[in-house]
Design a protein around this ligand. Structure first.
Ligand SMILES: [Zn+2]
Ligand SMILES: [Zn+2]
Length: 273
């Protein structure tokens, strides 16, 4: 069993945290070190238990507090080669490199990644496994690729971008060019696109979905929830559907290893013997 937290999410900053029995992993650090520490304090989380800080990409709303926080706690920044280069780390700042199709270990956490479509150096989605639980996180992406669907397979919990509602974007004050950029293949996922991706990812063990990176101008938490639930509930989803907020932390959300995977693993071994 692990606990998932959203310290905050939106264009003003993104940070999520996985708290397991043997350590914590921060996923993105898009607030100041002081703000990240304050929010962790509100949740009674001790950042001294951090094993590392994984970053999806170098944009400020995902990485602004990472270097100072990593230095303060003596933990590595874990990111793709392109993201690490964009951050221009000094020689003495510890780091670990995420590579597509390979798994790296950071303390008790195993990380897999895959490239996403976004206007950054080498943006990535990540999957973290620890204590038998598999958590996926993907946002700031224009559209889901086959690689992303493969990465996010069989997750117990998925944190997924639900950036905008199609109608609210079209009727917003944004000029047409900005609307196109947001909805384009290098932009952001709509509520509808997130819901459709989640139906592709659906399996019995998917027990937690957290919607993330909601636009303040072009989305509404209840609209996002409803759009996703309308597609997921008919498939049998009865789990936790949470919406990460920009200004207040959300959590703890417990995530247990899915029964489906526990069930299938021993059967598979039995068949082999
Ligand atoms: Zn970005
Ligand atoms: Zn972002």
């Amino acid at each position: 069993m692990i606990h998932l937290y959203a310290l905050g999410s939106g264009s003003g900053g993104n940070a999520f945290l996985i708290d397991g029995p043997d350590g914590m992993l921060l996923l993105d650090a898009g607030f100041s070190t002081r703000e990240l520490t304050r929010r962790a304090g509100l949740l009674k989380l001790d950042l001294g238990r951090l094993a590392g800080i994984a970053l999806t990409h170098e944009h400020g709303d995902h990485a602004s507090g990472a270097r100072r926080l990593a230095r303060r706690h003596g933990v590595p920044i874990v990111a793709t080669d392109g993201t690490l280069r964009a951050l221009a780390l000094a020689a003495d700042e510890p780091r670990a490199t995420l590579r597509s199709a390979s798994i790296i270990e950071i303390g008790p956490f195993q990380l897999e990644s895959c490239r996403t479509l976004h206007d950054a150096a080498e943006p990535t989605a990540v999957v973290i496994e620890t204590s038998g639980v598999r958590v996926g996180l993907a946002y700031d992406l224009g559209r889901p690729t086959m690689g992303l669907r493969h990465l996010l397979r069989l997750c117990d919990a998925v944190v997924i971008e639900a950036n905008y509602d199609d109608v609210m974007l079209r009727t917003s004050n944004y000029p047409a060019s900005v609307q196109h950029r947001i909805a384009g293949s290098g932009g952001h996922l709509s509520n509808r696109a997130a819901a459709e991706l989640l139906t592709d990812l659906w399996h019995d063990g998917l027990s937690v979905v957290m919607l993330a990176h909601l636009s303040k101008q072009c989305n509404d938490p209840e609209v996002a929830r409803r759009t996703v639930l309308d597609l997921l509930a008919p498939l049998g989803f009865r789990g936790t559907l949470a919406v990460a907020a920009q200004d207040v932390p959300v959590g703890p959300i417990p995530v247990a290893p899915s029964y489906a995977r526990i069930r299938t693993a021993p059967q598979f071994e039995l068949e082999l013997t």
